[in-house]
Each structure stands twice: as structure tokens, then as C-alpha cells.
Ligand binder design. Structure first.
Ligand code: ADP
Ligand code: MG
Length: 786
């Protein structure tokens, strides 16, 4: 094994001891045994290795005779010694980097002047956005080929990436319909393997019978013959290969790995333009490589440990710059002093709260206070209110509206669907008219004349609060004095739509509400410019919804259970997924299901179908009948996902749950359990669902905490999918991945905060300012660094 693998194995042993899984008497023997497996070649590469290894092992020779606390201490010191050996043997030395930089090279010149490039290759490189010599180093490897460890074919394992040295025995080209399959047979004397390429006939140019190749890829088991590897990396070799780790780049035809590696290597002197801009204190605190070092090591690392350290540095740098940009901007807005502080006596909201049939929760009051402070402050509010479904965000919104009204301004609330708009309008009108606030509704399905009347009233200030859909952002909607914009279920809107509504007033306060809890990583990136209020606590008396997973064959049981629930006056949702790609089929499935349930299963119980293609009038009619318990079972496509509030609904049945994201499932689940009644969410699994998909749903069923669901969903689907296809304002990071690098992100945020506190204008850090402009200057409108 490699020395670096040995160090990892030692750490595992030490951890095993600390976790009491390995007896103290066994530790020394284990470490010694591991040391014997170190590849002898490693001692040739690192002549002084023994000098460090012997004392390390010796440190544990009398281990078992020591008292327990000293054993612990020694085990802990072991980690430090290992870390020291890593730094010593696994990283490129400073002098090596300094020597590379010595070469004179014009980093700003066009890439065609780079060594080993020329006109033709420059054209190919420009396809990757490599324009100047200095850009070359930003073409980061997508993977690595580890030539320190060449494995005989007899000891490969399926699914594990390996590098092999073997002779090409023969190859063939097969054509099947539109496909061309190139298959090669290789052997290293210990075994044989097949290499396959699909639709890459040009590969044969590089294949020579009898030649020796270094081959890197992931072997796959083949039930009918030797292992195979699809599209491996390969390179012809004469003599013994050098022990090294080589980069694997994404390429375009006309370039090979060998060429690309040569180009990068020959131009490494360009490293010297990558000057350090991160303050030394942060580098030390976070144990990060200097910039040049990381740039070199990411291409030609000494060890996989060095790859990790290089990537860590580059990710941190990206996240740090982004966070500095966000905080710098926020700071700048603060100092603009925009002069619209609302005067709020608080009398109206006090009376409103007193008249409520329940007491607001602590979290609701806290969020309201944060909002009130924002309204009073001269800076425009830019706040997100996040809280799980049913946590009572509407009440907080109402309180904000009341304060804003008391200060003399109009409010607008935008929601994603007309069903919701009508529901919110009814609720707001009922609650707010009591204290003299006039509420209006604007949705596209209203009669033209009605719409005109509402718009006129808005302009004249005869309506204090308007609830509506996208209809609110039409050009001819004007306000007398808009002071507060609330966007409910904000993830269904794009940034532009939010801004369009904000622009209908002058320096309005904005509150966006979301029931999809935002994992902290996203809060710091996609919403890094917003202040966030969180409602974690549910109103009292709610019991969490029980989530059950059943298979199709248990549907009869489910139906009789539903009968019992309906007999108690409780109501039921059946949800069918509807996605754009298969809309017609999906709609048919939902329609047929509604017919089947209504005619065959529950002929004596009112069943209705609701879907997005219906007119607003039809939809609100159906909702009205469901609310009034004229129908007890509502079959629906996913239109009902957000916001619907029916306290007596206790059963949510979801068909094809695997087709929903977990955050979406959680939304659906939130449609029941909205009162003290015991509620159920039932996921119906179809036969043949993959074990992966089933596992995902199990995880979902095991927690009712929306924040946990969101974290799981983010990890499984990645930030882009999580945020939805709409314009999401996520920066596209080159190296960093906010899920994988979440810890680094928190560090970067902390450091950026510290930096901005001492130097809000970035006057003492021109290097940082320059980098921010270069990287994010144009991409993100939110960040205008001036
Ligand atoms: P969401 O956060 O999903 O928008 P809602 O605002 O629709 O949730 O509130 C869900 C239900 O909880 C509503 O029926 C509301 O009247 C009720 N509710 C809100 N706050 C409280 C509270 N503090 N105590 C009891 N019930 C509450
Ligand atoms: Mg809501």
C-alpha cells in the first residue's frame, strides 16, 4: 500500500482504540502489521521516511502497559504525528514551487502564444473559455490517474477505479444500427480484460496490437466473460512508467490527455500571477494552502492528500470571495440611509393579538418583532420568513400588514396560484376588516370590469391590502402608496417577479415567505443577501402527521381505513403527480383514478377531481364544496401542493411518491395535521421501485421535521434541483460544492464577516475587491461592487 494509505489506516486504528473497539494490547501489533504492507517503492521515493516511521511505531511499543489516561494522550498525539508526516511527505515543497516561477512567461498574452499551443490548438482551447495564457491553469482536472499504484489484473475489484499496465492483444469494431462499438482485449500476464468505447471510432487510431498501455478506469463485472471497462483513459507506454499522479482533463476531439498535460506543465511558470489575497490569519486558522501551491497541486499533486488540500483551498477562496461580496453589498446598502422609517404605534396589532382565539407562539412573536424593527428602520426590509407548513406564517404576515397600515401605507401579497389567492383573500378579509383594513383581490380570472375597478381603487388608496397572483405585476397596476410587499411561497417565483412587484412602490419593505425550509448552506449562498427569520415551533396541540409506506396490494385495507375516517367527518386527499413531460398521461391517470374511486370504491361518498387545467371558477367551486364537506374526498394533481388550509382533512394519500422531491412531499404532507386531529400521510409504492427510491422515501417517512427533510433533499438532489428550475440566484461555483463543502462555507462566512467588520469598504484589501469583480462582477446582479 501507499504511504498515504498507510497513514489513513493508522488513523482508523487510533480511532478504533479511542472508540474502545480495539483493545490497547492490539494497537502496536496492528500498526506494525500495517507498516509491513507499505510498498517498498515508497521508501525509494521518500528516503527519510524510515526516520519518521520508526519513532512513530516505537511510541506505541509499550502502549499496553501505560495507565488509561496516558494511553489516550498517546493515541491523540498519534493523530498529530500523522498529520506532521503528511505535511512533510505528501505536499510539494516550497522550493519546487519557487523554481517553477522562475521562468519568464507573459501570462496576459493570448493562449496561442503559450508554450506548446499555437493557432490550431488555441482554437480548441478557446472552446473552453481559455483565452489568455493565465487561463490555462483554470482548466481544472476532472479526475486523476494514480500511477503510483499499478495493480495486476488478477486483483482488481468491480466498481473501484484502478490503473493497470497491460498489453493490447487485439481489437474489433462492431456496427449495430447507429452504434459503433470498439472492443479491445488486454492482458498483463495475470489476467485479461475487455475495454469498450461507444461511438468513438477514432479511438482505433491510438490502438496498436502488441503495444503496452497504462489504462485507468472502473472495471465492471461481466457475467459471460472477463471484466470490462467502458471508455477508460489510456496511454501507450514504453519502459517503466514514472510513479506519479496525473491529471485527467475534460477534452474536445483534437486534444489528448498527453497533449493537455504537456501544455499545462510547460506553462506552469504562469503560477506567479496567482498572488495571495486571503489574509494570512485566515490561511493559518483554516490550515489552507497558499494560492500558488494550490494551483500547482491541483494539476500535478504529489499525493491524493495534496489534491484534497488544493481543492479545499480553491473552494474556500471561491466561497470566501462570494460571501465577502454579499456582505460588502449589504453593508453598502445600510450606509446609503434611504430615509423611509415607518412610524408604528403598535396599538392596532396589540388589539388584533388580544382578539385572537389563540396565543401567538414565541417564534411568531420573535419573527414579528424582527419585521417591525425592519419597518421602523430607514433601510428597506429584505427579509425571508421561513417556517414549516402549518407553523403559522400567515399570522405573522397579517401583523406586518397591520403595522404597515398603521404607518399609513398599502400592502401587496403575491401568491403563486389563484386558488391560494382566493383562500388568502378570504382569510385576510375576515381577519383584517374587523380593524378597518380594506382588503382586495386581483386574479387573472376576474371579469375585466371587476379588475378595472380594483385597480382604480388601488390607485386611489381605497384598498389597503391587495392579494393576488402574477396579475399584480402587470404594468397598469399602480398603487397610491405601496409600503410592503409580501411574497408567499416565494420559491415558486423568480427574482425578477419579486423585483417587479417591489418596483411598484418607492423603497418598499419586502418579506418573502417560504414553507420549504432552507438549509443553512443555501441560506448563505442563494439567499445570502436576505435577513432570515425562522419559525421552528409549531402551534400547540398539533400531533405530528404519521407517515406510512404501503404497497399496492394493501389498497383494500387503505380504502376501509378511509371509510372509517370519513365516517368521523374527516376528509381525504388523493394526490397524483403531474409533470410537464408526461402531462397528458398523468392527467389521464388522475382522471381515471377519480372515476374509479368515485364510482367503484366510494359511490356513497362525495369524490371530486381537481387539476391545474381547470378554470379558476371550477377550481374555487370544488374547493368551496370540499370546505363545506359536500365532498369528502378530493383527488388532485400536485396543484394543491401549497398553502391549502382544511383543518378537518386527516388523510393524505400520495400515489407515485417517488416522482416527487422530498421537499415537495413534505409540502403535501403539510396539508393534513392542521388541527388536533390525528392525521396520516400514506405513500403508495408500486411494484418494481428501485431500492434507492424506496430508501429515500423511508428516510422521508422517518422524520416530520421539515428542516431535516430539506437537508436530505439537498444532499440527494443537489442545490440546483432543490431550488427548482426557476431562476434561483445560485452562483455557479467552479470548484466549490455547497453540499460537499458546507463546513468550508460556514468558515468562509465567518471569516468574511470578520473582514467586513474591520474593512467594510475593502480599502485595505484591493486584491479581494479585484478578484470579486473578475469572478462575480457580471454574473450576479445582486452584487454590485463599486
Ligand atoms: P403556514 O405557515 O403553512 O402558512 P398557516 O399560516 O396557514 O400556516 O397556519 C396554519 C394554521 O394554524 C391556521 O389555521 C392558523 O389559523 C393556525 N395558527 C396559526 N398560529 C397559531 C397559533 N399560535 N396557535 C394556534 N393556531 C395557530
Ligand atoms: Mg401559508
Amino acid at each position: 500500500m501507499l504511504f498515504e494509505e498507510f497513514l489513513i489506516a493508522c488513523e482508523e486504528q487510533l480511532e478504533g482504540f479511542l472508540a474502545s473497539k480495539l483493545p490497547p494490547s492490539a494497537l502496536f501489533e496492528e500498526l506494525k502489521r500495517l507498516a509491513r504492507y507499505i510498498d517498498p517503492e515508497e521508501f525509494k521515493s521518500f528516503p527519510s521516511l524510515k526516520e519518521y516511521l520508526t519513532p512513530f511505531l516505537h511510541y506505541y511499543s509499550v502502549f499496553q502497559n501505560l495507565p488509561p489516561e496516558r494511553q489516550r494522550k498517546r493515541a491523540e498525539n498519534g493523530f498529530k504525528m500523522i498529520q506532521k508526516m503528511r505535511k512533510l511527505f505528501l505536499l510539494t515543497r516550497k522550493e519546487e514551487i519557487e523554481n517553477l516561477k522562475f521562468d519568464r512567461i507573459n501570462s496576459e498574452a493570448s493562449v496561442k502564444f503559450a508554450r506548446g499551443v499555437g493557432e490550431a490548438r488555441a482554437k480548441l482551447l478557446q472552446r473552453f473559455g481559455i483565452e489568455k495564457v493565465r487561463d490555462l491553469l483554470w482548466w481544472l482536472p476532472r479526475d486523476y490517474e494514480d500511477r503510483r499504484k499499478i495493480i495486476p489484473l488478477s486483483s482488481i475489484r468491480p466498481g473501484e477505479k484502478v490503473t493497470l499496465l497491460a498489453e493490447l492483444l487485439n481489437y474489433s469494431i462492431k456496427r449495430v444500427k447507429d452504434y459503433v462499438i470498439v472492443t479491445a482485449v488486454i492482458s498483463d500476464g495475470f489476467g485479461q480484460m475487455l475495454l469498450k468505447w461507444f461511438n468513438q471510432e477514432y479511438i482505433t487510431k491510438y490502438l496498436k496490437k502488441g503495444a503496452r498501455y497504462l489504462i485507468t478506469g472502473v472495471p465492471k463485472k461481466n457475467p459471460f466473460g472477463p471484466y470490462e471497462m467502458n471508455s477508460p483513459e489510456f496511454e501507450e507506454i514504453s519502459g517503466e512508467p514514472k510513479r506519479e499522479i496525473l491529471p485527467i482533463y475534460s477534452l474536445t476531439s483534437g486534444l489528448t490527455q498527453k497533449m493537455m498535460r504537456r501544455i499545462i506543465r510547460k506553462n506552469l511558470a504562469v503560477l506567479k500571477v496567482f498572488e495571495e489575497f486571503i489574509p494570512q490569519t485566515f490561511l493559518e486558522k483554516r490550515d489552507l494552502l497558499p494560492r500558488e501551491h494550490a494551483m500547482l497541486a491541483v494539476h500535478f499533486p504529489k499525493s491524493l492528500y495534496e489534491v484534497k488540500k488544493a481543492r479545499e483551498r480553491l473552494s474556500y477562496e471561491e466561497l470566501f470571495l462570494f460571501e465577502v461580496a454579499l456582505l460588502h453589498n449589504k453593508e453598502k446598502l445600510k450606509h446609503k440611509n434611504l430615509g423611509l422609517s415607518k412610524r408604528i404605534a403598535g396599538e392596532l396589532s396589540r388589539r388584533f393579538i388580544e382578539a385572537l382565539p389563540f396565543k401567538p407562539t414565541e417564534d411568531q412573536l420573535k419573527a414579528f418583532n424582527e419585521i417591525r424593527d425592519d419597518l421602523k428602520s430607514p433601510m428597506p426590509m429584505n427579509r425571508m420568513l421561513q417556517g414549516d407548513v402549518g407553523s403559522g406564517k400567515t399570522l405573522v404576515a397579517e401583523l406586518a400588514i397591520i403595522d404597515n397600515f398603521e404607518a399609513g401605507y398599502q400592502s401587496a401579497m403575491m401568491v403563486p396560484t389563484s386558488v391560494l389567492a382566493i383562500q388568502q383573500y378570504d382569510k385576510l378579509r375576515e381577519d383584517l376588516s374587523k380593524i378597518g383594513i380594506k382588503v382586495g383581490l386581483l386574479v387573472g380570472s376576474m371579469k375585466k370590469s371587476e379588475q378595472e375597478a380594483v385597480k382604480r381603487a388601488l390607485t386611489l388608496g381605497e384598498i389597503d391590502v391587495i392579494v393576488g397572483t402574477h396579475a399584480l405585476i402587470q404594468e397598469n397596476v399602480n398603487f397610491k402608496d405601496l409600503g410592503l410587499v409580501i411574497v408567499d411561497e416565494q420559491h415558486r417565483f423568480g427574482v425578477r417577479q419579486r423585483e417587479a412587484l417591489m418596483n411598484k412602490g418607492n423603497l418598499v419593505d419586502t418579506l418573502v415567505m417560504t414553507a420549504t425550509p432552507i438549509p443553512r448552506t443555501l441560506a448563505l449562498t442563494a439567499y445570502g443577501d436576505l435577513d432570515i427569520s425562522t419559525i421552528r415551533e409549531m402551534p400547540p396541540g398539533r400531533s405530528p402527521v404519521r407517515t406510512l409506506i404501503i404497497t399496492e396490494n394493501r389498497l383494500p385495507e387503505l380504502y376501509s381505513f378511509i371509510r372509517d375516517e370519513v365516517a368521523m367527518g374527516h376528509q381525504v386527499f388523493f394526490i397524483y403527480p403531474l409533470i410537464e413531460e408526461s402531462e397528458i398521461m398523468d392527467l389521464k391517470a388522475a382522471t381515471e383514478a377519480a372515476e374509479f374511486l368515485g364510482k367503484e370504491v366510494f359511490p356513497d361518498i362525495g369524490v371530486e377531481l381537481l387539476h391545474g387545467k381547470m378554470s379558476d371558477q371550477e377550481k374555487s367551486g370544488i374547493m368551496e364544496r370540499f370546505k363545506n364537506k359536500e365532498t369528502m374526498i378530493l383527488v388532485s394533481t400536485s396543484v394543491i401542493e401549497v398553502g391549502i388550509d382544511i383543518p378537518t382533512a386527516t388523510v393524505m394519500v400520495i400515489e407515485h411518491p417517488e416522482r416527487f422531491g422530498l421537499a415537495q412531499l413534505h409540502q403535501l404532507r403539510g396539508r393534513v395535521g392542521r388541527s388536533a386531529l390525528k392525521s396520516y400521510c400514506i405513500l403508495v409504492l408500486n411494484r418494481g421501485l428501485s431500492s434507492e427510491a424506496t430508501e429515500r422515501l423511508r428516510k422521508f417517512a422517518s422524520t416530520s421535521d421539515g428542516f431535516k427533510v430539506a437537508e436530505i433533499d439537498l444532499r440527494l438532489r443537489g442545490p440546483g434541483e432543490f431550488m427548482g428550475t426557476r431562476q434561483h440566484g445560485l452562483p455557479d461555483f467552479k470548484v466549490a460544492d455547497i453540499v460537499r463543502d458546507s463546513k468550508l462555507l460556514f468558515c468562509a462566512r465567518e471569516d468574511a464577516t470578520e473582514l467586513i467588520e474591520t474593512d467594510p469598504e475593502l480599502k485595505q484589501h484591493p486584491g479581494i475587491k479585484k478578484e470579486i469583480l473578475e469572478r462575480f462582477g457580471e454574473k450576479i446582479s445582486l452584487i454590485e461592487v463599486g
